[in-house]
Design a protein. Structure first.
Length: 211
């Protein structure tokens, strides 16, 4: 695919504001897994500019990541040359190329994908069987947040209609749970992050591959 459909223009390799509430929750989940050092291997699907991968690597994780953005990968390779960061997408056969991992993460990607079932299937294929885990985040949607956005007149900005390749899927607990179950994940749980729960900025899904 020649056209850049990421919707992002990376000018540096720094963390962005959303990482302020995503990273603490992600790190708490990873710590709770209590994996031995040899199992601390993680694949990041949609690694952007490599900023999260670099943070994980500094925390003792062996990180491999891909992103569709050429700009993001260029920034990552320039600033973090020791990371295993490559150009690629959820529409590629990533498991055949990179193998399977005890942990796969995908932060703020699901809202951008044109083929969510293919994205979820790729996510599933990357997770090691017998207890591997996927951790993904996406903007949260629920009744009270939707009402608040409508009443406050912020719905247009939230829907990003004028952002080419911006947010095109708007997930709830129900719909994301259904997607993950459809491809084979089980024991799915959700965490809301950013603001207070009813108006959370994002939700983090934790899903297991038990077979």
């Amino acid at each position: 695919m020649n056209e850049d459909i990421t919707g992002y223009c990376y000018t540096d390799a720094n963390l962005n504001p959303s990482h302020g509430y995503l990273i603490p929750a992600l790190m708490n989940i990873l710590v709770s897994l209590n994996l031995p050092p040899k199992s601390r291997r993680v694949f990041e699907l949609g690694c952007g500019n490599g900023s999260v991968a670099e943070l994980l690597a500094k925390s003792g994780w062996d990180v491999t990541g891909v992103d569709l953005s050429k700009q993001g990968i260029e920034q990552a390779n320039r600033c973090y040359p020791n990371l295993k960061i490559y150009e690629g997408s959820a529409y590629d056969d990533l498991a055949a190329k990179y193998g399977q991992f005890p942990v796969v993460i995908s932060l703020e990607v699901a809202e951008h994908v044109y083929s969510p079932r293919q994205y979820a299937a790729t996510l599933y294929s990357l997770v090691a069987p017998g207890g591997g885990i996927a951790i993904l985040s996406t903007p949260y949607h629920g009744y009270w947040k939707n009402v608040a956005m409508a009443v406050s007149g912020k719905m247009d900005a939230h829907f990003t209609a004028l952002w080419d390749h911006g947010h095109i899927k708007f997930w709830s607990f129900k719909t994301l749970n259904a997607l993950l179950k459809e491809v084979g994940f089980s024991d799915i749980s959700f965490h809301r992050v950013g603001r207070f729960p009813a108006l959370a900025k994002s939700m983090i899904a934790v899903a297991y591959k038990t077979v």
